[in-house]
Design a protein around this ligand. Structure first.
Ligand code: 0OR
Length: 461
């Protein structure tokens, strides 16, 4: 009940020591943290969010104390610098939320860091589900994210290469965490850690045996434009060893997955990609090309939404007259909203891929629509597509759209089979990243821009 929650918190979340005793007061007994962890774990979901609301609300910053010190700081503006710095330091200390100590103490007990990663996952779920933007919960999330970013900084992470000789429990975790191309069986995972492949994960001493983020790489002679046949998924290097490594000059990142929801925002994926690039450069000194081969989750549903909106408005400009006539011809409809309805149905079932003629006529249309989806569709100024946003934040270039790149049912359903290469030009990533993050500038190639301008010419959007 709330009463007992308040009691437990009052006892476990020790008050912030006074400024004078802040470095002298001994930490509470470890049993405090262990008790809190057990108690929290015993709660139902709803009770957990209640506890977190209480913790963030009643055990945060002493706002009254802060405002008094802020007033005091104003009064000392004319005093000597030493006095001002002294009062600033008091003010800084007074802004420490009481619960921050609890988080620090928990991080020092066995399994405490993992507990806090999972607790942040609960916080993120509350923030995204409740929608109620409780400022206290956001403060708690911010404080915890700050601590996690320190504890999981690149210097404290360990890069591990996963091979067929890695322990089964790691290979099993890698398989279950795979979020981009689901692993079907042992043969699948064996291939992905086998010849002409590299699989790397970051681990952390505080969470032994837990791959925090996993990156799968294919070693090729050129930048793959297809996830199935070429180089990436199917190239069966018959021999168990990498025969002609000196032909390898390209690394294709074809899957990256973070495994801890609570580490969202800690940017582990970006750090891992950069770390793996350095690792590969030392193993293959003449490796010169680094690129992703990325899915485009959300394109098909975005397109369906656009088609149904245009259906309502009776607008036919998404395809050219010629394209509509072709669609109408193949579907035995008339080149008007009937053809539009037929097209929506074909795309939702993936049926369009069975007709050579449709594939041929839809290629230019779907490619320019996809280019616009990736480049033109925004959310708060950044790309709507999360995978594009991730790579562009890292400073990659939106390099090439690939038709018929993922012909699996999943690939056709998610993005009409189109995939995209986000290419890492190593010298340019820092400036590209800054341009994207600060000015929302997307670094693209002529191929992509050409497709975008075809869309704009057609659609006057
Ligand atoms: C793409 C990933 C790895 C980025 O993770 P990370 O670098 O930690 O980014 P962030 O969550 O810290 O902003 C992550 O968002 C993820 O696992 N997404 C689902 C799978 C995918 N690759 O889209």
């Amino acid at each position: 009940t709330v009463r007992s929650m308040e009691d437990i918190l009052t006892r476990v979340v020790v008050p912030l020591p006074t400024y004078e005793t802040r470095e002298k007061s001994p930490p509470p007994p470890e049993s405090n943290s262990v008790e809190f962890m057990h108690f929290y774990r015993s709660l139902e979901k709803e009770e957990k969010s209640q506890l977190l609301a209480t913790l963030s609300q009643d055990f945060g910053v002493d706002h009254k104390g802060v405002s008094e010190l802020a007033g005091k700081l104003l009064d000392t503006q004319l005093r000597d610098l030493a006095t001002i710095l002294q009062v600033e330091d008091r003010l800084r200390y007074s802004l420490t939320p009481r619960y921050k100590q609890l988080l620090n103490h928990i991080s020092r007990v066995e399994g405490g860091v993992k507990f806090l990663v999972d607790l942040r996952a609960d916080l993120l779920e509350i923030i995204s589900s409740k929608g109620s933007d409780s400022p206290h919960i956001r403060d708690l999330n911010g404080t915890l994210k700050g601590l996690l970013s320190e504890w999981f900084s690149v210097g404290l992470l360990r890069l591990e290469r996963i091979t067929w000789q890695s322990p089964c429990e790691i290979l099993q975790k890698i398989s279950q965490y795979e979020a981009v191309h689901p692993v079907r069986n042992w043969t699948d995972i064996k291939r992905r850690v086998g010849p002409y492949r590299r699989c790397y994960a970051f681990t952390h001493a505080a969470m032994p045996g837990e791959p925090l983020v996993v990156l799968h790489v294919a070693l090729t002679e050129d930048i793959s434009d297809n996830i199935q046949v070429r180089a990436v998924m199917k190239k069966l290097a018959t021999l168990d060893l990498e025969e002609d490594v000196n032909k390898v000059n390209t690394a294709v990142f074809y899957s990256i997955s973070s495994t801890q929801a609570g580490l969202q925002g800690v940017e582990l994926g970006n750090v891992l990609i950069k770390r793996v690039v350095r690792e590969l450069q030392s193993e293959f000194p003449h490796m010169s090309q680094f690129s992703s081969l990325s899915p485009i989750p959300g394109f098909s549903s975005w397109l369906q939404g656009l088609l149904s909106q245009h259906r309502k408005e009776g607008r036919m400009e998404l395809l050219t007259d010629h394209e509509w006539r072709e669609v109408a011809d193949v579907t035995n409809t008339t080149p008007d909203t009937n053809a539009l309805d037929a097209l929506r149905k074909l795309i939702s079932t993936g049926e369009w891929t069975r007709s050579e003629r449709l594939v041929h006529v839809l290629e230019p249309a779907l490619m320019r629509l996809c280019a616009w989806y990736l480049y033109g569709e925004k959310r708060r100024g950044y790309t709507l597509n999360p995978v594009a946003n991730f790579h562009l934040q890292n400073g990659a270039t939106m390099w090439r759209l690939n038709w018929h790149a993922d012909t699996s049912p999943r690939g056709v359903a998610n993005s009409c089979g189109i995939m995209v290469n986000y290419r890492y030009f190593l010298q340019e990533t820092p400036s590209n990243s800054a341009a994207y993050m600060h000015n929302k500038v997307i670094t693209v190639t002529e191929q992509v821009l050409g497709l975008v301008s075809q869309f704009q010419k057609n659609s006057k959007l």
